[in-house]
Design a protein around this ligand. Structure first.
Ligand code: PMT
Length: 398
């Protein structure tokens, strides 16, 4: 799991010959699973086309501060808030001068003023321009303003001169950016999460299942990955994309989910059971499609499925164990009894009697039940709730 995975990286490109290297930088960021948006100045667009950068970043390129169409999509303030990091590569002498004096006369400088994210510049210019006392003064001002400066390197320049002013190589810039992003609270940890429903086959075309969409488990996987963990997501059949940087293992039945969980959990630090596992499965699975007969009532004999989370909790050594309890009544009491019965560290109590939270909804509202007490987490999107739950779990294991 790379520190930049799922991070929002805004690449600013100003007008220098090294702008061509920004294409490779964009590709490198995408390669480690970062979300990339590119802001291209007018001068930058003389050196590299927006189309190239759009194709590489997978997003439209932002060029103008006063473009009503672009502002309709993601306005400049939204863009400034979206960024986890702004890297300007190449950063020209002109851009350094404008930024150091607080000018906001184009989209890129405006974003730099409007953002709370760290800002980094990879300067690129002729060696005489770099050595010029005015550039050096601007450099000092930028450093004192908390702007990070990567490079420049020294050597042969495009103009034929030799000296300082070469932009660092894209791999060096990416590494420097990764160093700027704070380590997440789960860096170095392995997290296994079960998500979605299981399907218990009756015959080749029918099964017993439930309404779990996987949204809660997938949101947890994304949040754990963002917190720096290596995440394995053991998922029943759902219609969701695998979160970036997450390893997904697809399963159907409870038995398959148990088998995959046992393999993944042997090296895990944290195990989270967000899946809605079928408690029972048909005793007999017909080889051929069951045909409609004369009988009005049909009986299906069921047998108990293995309890995945309770099984993992008996491993030695065992991961930190977090279960969910989907209940329609006595929610806290049932959650507490599951905590004890299944040998868990935390149970996230989910009142599924309300249709707008729990199963298949975008929001949720839970109470975290542990040995030390209960913590209520108010209604929020599953993504926001997952971030809070992961922060709480990280706090407990650290
Ligand atoms: O997927 P969504 O649509 O986003 O909905 C989210 C959710 C409601 C499914 C989720 O938040 C949730 O509450 N999941 C657990 C649902 C459930 O079946 O709870 P349970 O009370 O039956 O099981 C308790 C715990 O034991 C759970 O962690 C469950 O994963 C685990 N379990 C249950 C049975 C079994 N055979 N093996 C298990 O590991």
């Amino acid at each position: 799991m790379h520190r930049l995975t799922n991070r929002h990286i805004l690449i600013g490109i100003t007008g220098g010959i090294a702008a061509y290297k920004a294409a490779e930088l964009t590709r490198l960021f995408k390669g480690v699973g970062a979300e990339v948006r590119v802001v291209l100045t007018d001068a930058g667009a003389e050196f590299i086309t927006p189309l190239t950068l759009q194709a590489l970043s997978g997003n439209p390129v932002h060029q103008s501060l006063l473009d009503p169409e672009a502002e309709q999509g993601m306005g400049h303030i939204e863009l400034a808030r979206w960024a986890d990091l702004i890297i300007v590569a190449p950063a020209t002498a002109d851009f350094m001068a404008r930024l150091s004096s607080g000018m906001a006369n184009d989209l890129l400088t405006t974003l730099c003023l409007a953002t709370d994210a760290p800002i980094a510049l990879a300067p690129a210019m002729n060696q005489a321009m770099w050595r010029d006392p005015r550039t050096q003064q601007n450099l000092e001002a930028l450093l004192s303003q908390g702007v990070n400066i990567f490079g420049p390197g020294s050597g042969e320049q495009a103009c034929g001169d030799t000296g300082p002013g070469r932009m660092l190589e894209p791999t060096q810039i990416m590494q420097a950016c990764a160093n700027l992003i704070a380590a997440g609270p789960l860096e170095g940890k392995r997290v296994v999460i079960t998500a979605g429903p299981t399907r218990e086959a009756l015959d080749p075309v029918r099964f017993i299942s439930n309404h779990s969409s996987g949204k809660m488990g997938y949101a947890l996987a994304e949040a754990a990955a963002k917190a720096g963990a290596a995440v394995t997501l053991i998922s029943g059949p759902v219609a969701l994309a695998t979160p970036k940087g997450v390893q997904r293992v697809g399963v159907e039945s409870a038995q398959e989910m148990l088998d995959a969980s046992l393999i993944a959990a042997s090296a895990a630090d944290i195990f989270i059971g967000a899946a809605a596992v079928a408690d029972y499965r048909p005793v007999m699975v017909a080889d051929q499609k069951i045909k409609k007969g004369a009988e009005e009532v049909m009986e299906i004999l069921l047998t108990k499925n293995p309890d995945i989370i309770a099984t993992i909790a008996t491993l030695e050594p065992r991961p930190f164990m977090v279960g969910f309890a989907a209940e329609t009544e006595n929610v806290i009491a049932y959650a507490r009894s599951k905590l004890e019965r299944k040998g868990l560290d935390l149970v996230i109590a989910n009142d599924v009697s309300q249709s707008d939270i729990g199963f298949n909804s975008d929001d949720n509202e839970v109470v975290v039940v542990g040995a030390g007490g209960e913590i209520a987490m108010p209604r929020a999107s599953k993504a926001a709730l997952a971030e809070n739950l992961i922060a709480l779990i990280a706090e407990q294991i650290n």
